[in-house]
Design a protein around this ligand. Structure first.
Ligand code: G6Q
Length: 531
């Protein structure tokens, strides 16, 4: 294949050489879309690489797949579902069809209901059972029903109502719940039970515990209606739990969990930042959707980033990608992206069920800068592994403090520069380094990175950033010909524990038919657990 041959030609070429040969490279290999500026010049690519990658995109039908997604085709083949998170942020007048029905009015009806509820809670009109206003919001959910809201709350904290405490309970480890409520007054606390299926073990366990906690304090079943709302696709289960379906915010099976932060799953976000800011975030998502749908492949930001990821995964053998936001509010962004990317593209068969003979989704990880610089960056600079990095930064600080922002941004630029160009033996020697020390202080460089530079971390900017990654994940999944929208590995986890739970309880030894390791662990736990 042409790309494999091209890789052989390029694999030993240094970024130092590429920049020397084309002094305008740093301006040429950039693209701006919807206010996001991407500098991809510090990647191990030439014009030919881009041409070949775009050819690959064309051959794999990226354009056709984008159209199929927006058209509502059932591109999630293994679950026979449409993939329409783009409808969640379509403007009111738009038309996106699903099974012969325009879903945009449904989306806006739920958004309006969320806005009305949020305004009432934020304004103190919605009162708790004892007449106190709601000051604490706890979202109970896990995976896609948790990570998006957690990330968005952190990212948009600046815009949030500081009189309100917003917390998240996801883990079935009782500590998560215990610590979340320990200093809260039940009379001022609202639980949002967020679960697409409303059957997830962790979420339902936490929801039942929350119910008991609330009733222990308020001592009246009728309090549930004022302190519990649900976000789900499953009205019967919501009613079964005891939440009035009038207090249920709906979404649909064409919204995947990890693509749901701008559906009703974002209710905690809206309660924190208010309906107007939430809508601004949706507009940001939509701006990137439009760019993805209409921009030519060569200038298409998500396509470009997706293709660069494929280039490194499948030709350079990169096992991981580091996500490095230089923005404290984006602390949980790498964790969010981990689910988005790894749950979507961690697949080993093609859409047709054939085992792939190439690598699919890499491992995503990261931490905000500058903290990472004082821990794991060492390995990126001088280790033996090849780790492409995405640096994310904002030109304007939300909290301008002295010279902090210049120092922060100087670090971004310095890091990408050092990774790309390194430091030669001659340069190290010229600093007066003795010969024996030179190898230790040498930096090979030629480590690639993207730099995403945005103006300010606004709700709209966050929407654009998330949509950029959503669509770049989709682009990659299309190249790899996998189903980026199913998650059978997660489903397996949901079923596995169910079998063991009853075996951990009860006084008589259960009949254990697992392997010898699992049997022994269960026996030891039974012996050592609290009576
Ligand atoms: C996301 C996954 C998964 C899911 C959780 C929670 O794409 O499907 O992370 O979001 O397992 O599921 P529920 O929302 O159904 O509780």
């Amino acid at each position: 294949m042409a790309l494999a041959q091209h890789y052989q030609k390029l694999k030993d070429v240094h970024l130092r050489q590429l920049f020397a040969e084309d002094p305008a490279r740093g301006e040429r290999f950039t693209v701006e879309a919807a206010g996001l500026y991407l500098d991809y010049s510090k990647n191990r690519i030439t014009d030919e690489t881009l041409t070949l990658l775009q050819q690959l995109a064309r051959e794999c039908g990226v354009k056709e797949r984008i159209d199929a997604m927006f058209r509502g085709d059932k591109i999630n083949v293994s679950e026979n579902r449409a993939v329409l998170h783009v409808a969640l942020r379509a403007p009111r007048g738009a038309c996106i069809m699903h099974d012969g029905r325009n879903v945009v009015p449904d989306v806006h009806a739920v958004l309006d209901k969320m806005a009305d509820f949020s305004a009432r809670v934020r304004g103190g009109e919605w009162k708790g059972h004892t007449g106190k206003r709601i000051r604490n919001v706890i979202n109970i959910g896990i995976g896609g029903s948790d990570l998006g809201p957690v990330m968005a709350y952190g990212a948009l904290r600046y815009y949030s109502d500081r009189a309100m405490t917003v917390r998240f309970v996801s883990n079935v480890d009782g500590t998560d719940f215990a610590e979340a409520v320990r200093d809260l007054d039940a009379g001022e606390t609202l639980f949002i039970v967020s679960s697409k299926t409303f059957t997830t073990l962790e979420t339902m366990s936490n929801a039942h515990t929350a119910r008991s906690w609330l009733l222990a304090a308020l001592k009246d079943e009728s309090a549930i209606a004022k302190h519990f709302v649900a976000v789900s696709t499953n009205a019967p289960e919501v009613a079964q739990f005891g939440i009035d379906t009038a207090n249920m915010f709906e979404f649909w099976d064409w919204v995947g969990g990890r693509y749901s932060m701008d559906s009703a799953i974002g209710l905690s976000t809206m309660l924190a930042i208010g309906p107007d800011n939430f809508r601004a975030m949706l507009d940001g998502f939509h701006a990137m959707d439009e760019h993805f749908r209409s921009a030519p492949l060569e200038r298409n930001l998500p396509v470009l980033m997706g293709l660069l990821g494929v280039w490194y995964s499948d030709f350079f053998g990169a096992q991981t990608v580091a996500i490095l936001p230089y923005e404290q509010y984006l602390k949980r962004f790498p964790a969010y992206l981990q689910q988005l990317t790894m749950e979507s593209n961690g697949k080993h068969v093609t859409i047709d069920g054939v085992r792939v003979d190439y690598d699919t989704g890499p491992i995503y990880w990261g931490e905000p800068g500058t903290n990472g610089q004082h821990s794991f960056y060492q390995l990126i600079h001088q280790g033996t592994r090849f780790i492409p990095c995405d640096f994310i930064a904002f030109s304007r600080a939300l909290n301008p403090v002295g010279r902090h922002h210049d120092i922060l941004l100087a670090n971004v630029f310095a890091q990408t520069e050092a990774l790309a160009f390194g430091k030669t033996a001659a340069e190290v020697k010229a600093e007066g380094t003795p010969d024996w020390l030179v190898p230790h202080r040498l930096f090979e460089g030629n480590r690639p990175s993207n730099t995403l530079l945005l103006d300010t971390l606004t709700p709209a900017a966050l929407g654009k950033l998330v949509a950029l990654y959503e669509h770049s994940v989709f682009t990659q999944g299309t190249i790899w010909q996998i189903d980026s929208f199913d998650q059978w590995g997660v489903e397996l986890g949901k079923a596995l524990a169910q079998k063991i739970i009853p075996q951990l309880d009860g006084s008589s030894e259960p009949k254990l038919e697992h392997d010898s390791s699992t049997n022994a662990l269960i026996r030891r736990y039974r012996k050592t657990k609290e009576p």
